[in-house]
Design a protein around this ligand. Structure first.
Ligand code: UDP
Length: 234
């Protein structure tokens, strides 16, 4: 069983089926699972994406400056983080949002040592605003924070139940990898996460489990050591 994990939730996942905004029922289901993981004695750091509100890259289509669009993208992760914090605290747990972009009235600034202290005290920490830099993704932020907090594993909860040879939603021939290396993800050009995030994990020996959060109870199962989804190793 893992003692400390970094859970990456994509923004789209929080939108459930609709693709935009936050699904009120689903976010509470996720919070319930996080509470169950916490009850196992596992320390939890969370990085939430922002794609359900705004994606920097997508806005270039309307000729928006990339840096401005990425700033908007990072702010959308803060909206999701606050919603997630609220849902987790409704379960009676203590949860802190730490933002990579300073906004004292809304969240604590990200200070690594303080984050470690929160985790050791059993508080759930949500890392908001990605890395704080444009041209990065929340997957990169998740990889970075996983390493900084010395997580045992990066858990990437998605809408697909693992890594496939091709997109299983469009290609019925696609087969799933039970286990794969970061090198093979790069070599086969698999769209698991961006190459910056993959390289960071690869160079620093951070294992990752990619699994579906559509099925209730999956996060608890993965933390309990069940081999769901696809395991990625350096
Ligand atoms: N973003 C950024 N720097 C970061 C993390 C995120 O500029 O370190 C911006 C970027 O525009 C991105 C958006 O925030 O498109 C939302 O994050 P992401 O697309 O990773 O969210 P997800 O796909 O996980 O919902």
């Amino acid at each position: 069983m893992y003692k400390r994990v970094l859970l990456k939730l994509s923004g789209e996942a929080l939108a459930a089926g609709s693709g935009f905004g936050i699904d009120a029922i689903f976010i509470h289901k996720v919070a319930e699972e996080i509470a169950a993981v916490h009850a196992l004695g596992c320390q939890i750091g969370i990085v939430v994406g922002g794609g359900n509100f705004f994606r920097g890259v997508a806005q270039q289509a309307i000729d928006m400056d990339r840096v401005a669009a990425d700033h908007m993208g990072m702010l959308s992760t803060v909206i999701n983080s606050i919603a997630m914090q609220d849902a987790i605290e409704k379960r009676g747990l203590t949860c802190r949002v730490m933002s990579a972009i300073e906004m004292h009235q809304v969240a604590e600034p990200y200070i690594r040592r303080r984050a470690m202290r929160h985790l050791e005290k059993g508080r759930i920490v949500i890392f908001a605003a990605g890395t704080g830099n444009p041209f990065f993704s929340t997957d990169t932020a998740a990889s970075l924070r996983a390493m900084e907090i010395k997580a045992d594993i990066l858990l990437k909860a998605t809408s697909v139940d693992g890594i496939y040879t091709a997109d299983p939603k469009t290609n019925p021939e696609a087969t799933k990898f039970e286990q794969i290396t970061y090198n093979d993800i790069l070599r086969l050009n698999l769209r698991v996460m961006d190459t910056t995030a993959v390289s960071l994990c690869k160079d620093n020996n951070m294992p990752m489990m990619v699994f579906s959060m559509k099925k209730p109870g999956n996060i608890v199962r993965v933390v309990g050591g069940e081999k769901l989804g696809s395991l990625v190793t350096a």
